[in-house]
Design a protein around this ligand. Structure first.
Ligand SMILES: *Cc1c(COP(=O)(O)O)cnc(C)c1O
Length: 352
């Protein structure tokens, strides 16, 4: 704490990202990265863009990318906003669309960045408890609110809310914005993007970090009614006009256009997830049904923090949250078959 800090900064509780250890030979299953790497066509496009043109500013509107995203999702480019990772897109949504008189609503167990943005932008919030099995009940959100935000599938549980429930949420909340954070939707969910045609209060946020394996490039986007997009553009152009650099735009366009790579790698993750679930179950773990590229699991007789530590001693890193209701769970990213086999072998060794 310094006397030079503003009151806002004094009051912040910043987000703590999963660690990125610099060690070699780690089985890194802690931050939901995609083990298959980006589309080779994306890498080639980034290489091709690495030339003298970097002296020039990028297109502030990233029109090429907006068009590629719009084409991929059957919407108009005017329905698309792009940002420096979906975290930035979400941040702009908190300031531009969720900051009202009434508190916003989100689940008690969810992406831990949401309360951080509330702190930064001074947005009041109320958390709605997940049911005992970690599912979301849309009816619990039927109360006056300044907006609703939730990930689908939810993080860190991996549980999916059916589109019919999202539609119910939208119908019950026509006076506020509903943000659906679809960071993991490509691993087993159905996107709510087609609903934007009928619901002017729906903003769908996605990222290229997980299913397109481009976490290091920092590209995310939102799809919604043109008036919602305009709010995000107004915030963006009051903050940083060039959130996407030339390399990010080139790589993201190529990644969005490489359907084969996308389909092949996301299906591989889903297949490995199902095997991982079966293997964990055979070791006595209880696993929350997952539609994501991670599983959320607990062992009825083994302490989660101790297991995470024992795994770490065997060079396997998973995520443990020291938080109410979930402190006996481990969030395990779906790696390659080999990485998951190494995890299972380490768990067997720990069990003795
Ligand atoms: C990973 C993740 C994001 C952030 O993704 P970036 O695009 O890398 O900023 C957003 N929401 C949820 C729920 C996530 O898990």
């Amino acid at each position: 704490m310094s006397r030079f800090w503003s009151d806002v900064v004094k009051g912040l509780t910043p987000y703590v990202p999963g660690e990125q250890p610099k060690l070699a030979n780690l089985v890194k299953l802690n931050t939901n990265e995609n083990p298959y790497g980006p589309s080779p066509r994306a890498l080639e496009a980034i290489r091709a863009a690495t030339d003298d043109s970097l002296k020039l500013y990028p297109d502030p509107n990233a029109d090429l990318l907006k068009r590629a995203i719009a084409a991929g999702h059957g919407v108009d480019a005017g329905n698309v906003f792009v940002g420096n990772g979906s975290d930035e897109v979400l941040a702009h949504a908190f300031l531009g669309l969720l900051r009202h008189r009434l508190p916003i609503l989100f689940p008690d167990i969810t992406y831990s960045f949401y309360p951080v943005y509330c702190g930064l932008y001074q947005v009041d919030y109320e958390t709605i408890p997940l049911l005992e099995d970690f599912s979301i009940r849309a009816a619990d959100y039927a109360k006056p609110n300044g907006g609703i935000i939730l990930p689908n599938p939810n993080a860190p549980t991996g549980r999916l809310l059916p589109l019919s429930e999202i539609e119910a949420l939208l119908q019950a909340n026509t006076d506020s914005v509903v943000v659906i954070d679809e960071a993991y939707v490509d691993f087993g969910g159905e996107s709510a993007i087609p609903l934007i045609a009928r619901h002017a209060n729906l903003l769908v946020v996605q990222t290229l970090s997980k299913s397109r394996s481009l976490a290091g490039l920092r590209v995310g986007f939102a799809v919604g009614h043109i008036e919602l997009i305009e709010a995000l553009e107004r915030v963006k152009n009051s903050f940083n006009s060039y959130p996407l650099d030339r390399l990010a735009i080139a790589g993201a366009v190529a990644a969005m256009e490489d359907h084969d790579w996308f389909e092949r790698t996301r299906k591989a993750v889903i297949t490995t997830r199902e095997k991982l679930v079966a293997d964990l179950a055979s070791l006595g773990f209880e696993i929350v049904p997952s539609a994501a590229n991670f599983v959320f699991a607990r062992h009825p007789r083994r302490d989660a923090a101790e297991t995470a530590q024992a795994l770490r001693e065997r060079s396997v890193i998973v995520r443990h949250f020291k938080m109410p209701r979930i402190d006996q769970y481990l969030r395990i990213t779906v790696g390659t078959d080999e990485q998951c086999a190494a995890l299972i072998a380490a768990l067997k060794e720990i069990a003795g």
